[in-house]
Design a binder for this molecule. Structure first.
Ligand code: ADP
Ligand code: MG
Length: 244
């Protein structure tokens, strides 16, 4: 469902070049959950931004369900609608209600009638456990509730894959669980997911595969069992010692 070939992203400014993503090739099969771990600055965010076309890249290819997203014939807005993205900061529209947050793109991009979009939105709000908040503005919700709205909003587009970039890092500790529970439920339902996370418990429980990134490269790939009982690379061992 997701395939990347040798993706390279270079940031340059003031004569300094940073190879934020330095030749990343990987894939996520339909229904798989891949968790990306790695130290701060290792290129995790840049990489998943490349995967959904938020970031242009210098070399390589990204295929979503077989379609090259950089191909000029490919409609990038269509790809973005197929790739749900959830960020650390919830990025909800502050001046729209919860319900409107879930219906805006459905109506504009998917061209759904109001009644159809509303019904889908309400179904998803029930699914993430915040149906009673549909008329509230985001600022009235807790961080955990806002992030669940953000997940529901992404799901409203019927994405083929969901990308998450540290979805619980901005949350108070007591709210982490409620967001992870929604993600676990999605995984059980067979959603294809790529998740950047520092939540090692989530990785252990849910991931089909874990990727360890450092300095723009995938250093080690394996099952959670492999990572948490028998990591091979020194850099992986060092990182896991710090986070576990
Ligand atoms: P991670 O998500 O693993 O913490 P990032 O993808 O955010 O890492 O960053 C990877 C590297 O790219 C870092 O060195 C970071 O400073 C650099 N970087 C990220 N975004 C930009 C940008 N917009 N301009 C310049 N450098 C950037
Ligand atoms: Mg990041």
């Amino acid at each position: 469902m997701i395939r990347t070939e040798n993706v390279v992203k270079v940031f340059s400014g003031r004569g300094v070049e940073v190879r934020a993503v330095d030749g990343v090739s990987t894939s996520v099969n339909k229904g798989e959950v891949v968790v990306i771990i790695g130290p701060s600055g290792s290129g995790k965010s840049t990489f998943i931004r490349c995967v959904n076309g938020l970031e242009s890249f210098d070399e390589g290819h990204v295929y979503i369900d077989g379609v090259d997203i950089a191909d000029r014939k490919t409609n990038i807005n269509k790809i973005r609608a197929e790739v749900g993205m959830v960020f650390q900061q919830f990025n909800l529209f502050p001046h729209k209600t919860v319900l409107e947050n879930l219906t805006l793109a459905q109506r504009k991009v998917r061209k759904r009638k109001k009644s159809v979009a509303d019904e889908k939105a309400r179904m998803l709000l029930r699914k993430v456990g915040i149906a009673e908040k549909e008329s509230e503005y985001p600022s009235r919700l807790s961080g955990g509730q806002q992030q669940r709205v953000a997940i529901a909003r992404a799901l409203a587009m019927d994405p083929k894959v969901m990308l998450f970039d540290e979805p619980t890092s901005a949350l108070d500790p007591e709210m982490v669980g409620e967001v992870l529970d929604v993600m676990k439920q999605l995984a059980r339902e067979g959603m294809t997911m790529m998740v950047v996370s520092h939540e090692m418990g989530f990785a252990r429980e849910v991931a089909d595969r874990v990727l360890f990134m450092d300095q723009g490269k995938i250093v080690e790939v394996g099952t959670p069992e492999h990572f948490f009982s028998n990591p091979q690379e020194e850099r992986t061992k060092l990182f896991l010692k710090q986070v576990l």
